[in-house]
Ligand binder design. Structure first.
Ligand code: ZN
Length: 322
């Protein structure tokens, strides 16, 4: 029998990339959802996949995005909460700010999709004890905001290097972008945690077992620009290691995995955006085929349910590094 695995897509919009990067013009909330959402939905439908889309509240609140977001829910995919403002410094918010953020996001998502999210992923893998407390109080079932990796400080240095126009104050806010070194010492395995007296399932974004390098699809696409064969070999090895170490992987997609520089010229600076779209989609297709060959792929909520059924909060959880 195949082991289980989950698949999700963080629906980061054009403006949120521009905002994090410090580019002018993001305040008008430029959107590529009408372009990318139909493309992703038909890609998933062809593969009979149901996944989780983490939606940004600000996008759901805008009339221009309603149709695209409603179509995701109508296609049977799970809708998760990806914050309202998509600020990777969410861990610096006060409790009051967080409560307002969650109120607005849940309302905007419910207005468009008719449902309330039970899962959360913080922007830029940002998480704090206060965020967990708010999740518990609001009855969330799972969180998947952590990225166990050792290379976060390197990724951040690269990002700042690519954003020379950023002020010191803006840099300060982005300091924890991509997490911190200690995040690498977290286990890759999901666990039960107690938040505001409720059980919450924590599912980390999977990284390569032991070495903890990223294995999300954007990273694989970036590797494929150097060597397609090497990128697929790396991915195959990562999946084999997950099976060998008993890690149920949780793979992450982004809209940019389905877009090229021609689709979003403002985001040409992102790694992998110079890959022609047909080539990129063929690569993503191969990577997902490999994932589906080895694992039973499901939504984050289904993955969380499975974890909940197999673990209880009272059992001591292994904290050791894999
Ligand atoms: Zn995001």
């Amino acid at each position: 029998m195949k082991q289980i695995a989950s698949l999700s897509l963080d629906l980061d919009n054009q403006w949120s990339y521009m905002k994090t990067h410090g580019d002018a013009g993001w305040e008008a909330f430029p959107s590529y959802l009408d372009k990318v959402v139909p493309r992703v939905l038909s890609f998933l439908k062809e593969r009979d996949l149901r996944i989780t889309f983490f939606i940004v509240g600000q996008d759901a609140a805008l009339e221009k995005n309603r149709k695209a977001i409603a179509s995701i829910a109508a296609a049977g995919h799970e809708i998760g909460n990806h914050s309202f403002n998509h600020e990777p410094w969410l861990h610096l918010y006060s409790k009051q700010q967080l409560v307002e953020e969650f109120d607005k996001t849940e309302k905007a998502i419910a207005d468009v999709t008719g449902g309330r999210p039970v899962g959360f992923r913080g922007p830029g893998y940002s998480l704090s004890p206060t965020v967990l407390e708010v999740l518990g109080e609001r009855g969330y079932e799972y969180d998947c905001s952590t990225l166990p990796t050792y290379i976060a400080p390197l990724a951040r240095a690269y990002y700042f290097f690519k954003s020379p126009q950023m002020s010191d104050e803006e840099r300060e806010k982005r300091k924890k972008l991509f997490g911190k070194l200690s995040d690498g010492f977290q286990s890759l395995k999901p666990k039960m945690i107690t938040a505001a007296d409720r059980d919450l399932v924590e599912i980390p974004v999977t990284t390569f077992p032991v070495v903890k390098t990223p294995i999300h699809v954007s990273y694989l696409v970036y590797m494929s620009t150097f060597s397609r064969a090497a990128a697929l070999l790396y991915w195959r090895a990562a999946l084999a290691m997950c099976r060998a170490t008993g890690v149920q992987p949780s793979l992450l997609l982004h809209p940019l995995d389905f877009l090229s520089g021609d689709d979003a010229p403002e985001l040409r600076f992102f790694p992998g955006m110079d890959v022609p779209i047909f080539e990129k989609l063929a690569f993503v297709s191969d990577a997902l085929r490999m994932y589906m060959d080895h694992f039973e792929v499901m939504t984050m909520r289904q993955h969380a349910d499975d974890v909940r059924n197999n673990l209880t909060a009272r059992e001591p959880q292994p904290q050791a590094v894999l």
